[in-house]
Design a protein around this ligand. Structure first.
Ligand SMILES: [Mg+2]
Length: 209
């Protein structure tokens, strides 16, 4: 089975990171805003401060990556998948430099993260370096998923899974750890949704699957 996995908010967990950086910069109150990225974004949007959120994102996805963790269970998922001889790909989409603020190299920060977490490039990295793709746009991301002929693709954004270019033959899985999409519902559609990597492992990798 060929399994594709998104990077931001699917492998890399920014819970707490956006919140801490936003509090540190005086952008949000220390109490009353949810700890996840979307809560911080929505709070700033509600104040008409989308630009502050964009700059914050540039920092977190750049030098702030050193404070970011993997989601619980992702390492075990990849280990289990590799042990069962499944192929695992990482397909990220993000610009090289942030939209605002200092010109950090966000692709390099993500690569450093994957190496430090022993997922790729590290000695005995779990994922082959040639199976990792950083695309610049959502369209290139879904085109990559199509050209790799993935059986499954896992992403935290329903708008990716719903794109016209998303391959019809690929099983779309919505990773929703913070419960933003109850029952997987989004804009009149419904996606196969899981809130934990352990549950994805059970459905994709258990012997009965
Ligand atoms: Mg993502």
């Amino acid at each position: 089975v060929r399994i594709g996995i998104d990077f931001d908010n699917t492998i890399a967990c920014y819970d707490g990171t956006f919140h801490a950086a936003a509090v540190e910069r005086g952008l949000i109150p220390s109490q009353g805003v949810g700890i996840d990225k979307i809560s911080v974004r929505d709070w700033l949007r509600g104040q008409g401060r989308e630009a502050d959120f964009t700059a914050l994102q540039g920092y977190v996805y750049g030098p702030g990556m050193k404070h970011v963790e993997c989601y619980p269970g992702i390492l075990e998922f990849v280990q289990q998948a590799r042990a069962a001889r499944h192929e695992v790909f990482v397909i990220s989409h993000k610009t090289v430099a942030p939209f605002a603020g200092p010109a950090y190299d966000l692709h390099q920060s993500a690569r450093d993260f994957l190496r430090e977490r022993q997922l790729v490039w590290a000695p005995d990295g779990l994922i082959a370096p040639e199976s990792v793709f950083f695309e610049l746009t959502k369209e290139e991301k879904t085109a990559r998923a199509a050209s790799l002929q993935l059986d499954v693709f896992i992403d935290d954004l329903p708008e990716i899974l719903a794109m016209d270019g998303f391959p019809a033959s690929t099983r779309a899985i919505l990773f929703d750890p913070n419960g933003h999409y109850p029952d997987g519902a989004w804009q009149g559609r419904r996606f196969e949704r899981y809130s934990e990597w352990q549950a994805i492992a059970e459905t994709l990798l258990s012997p009965a699957a």
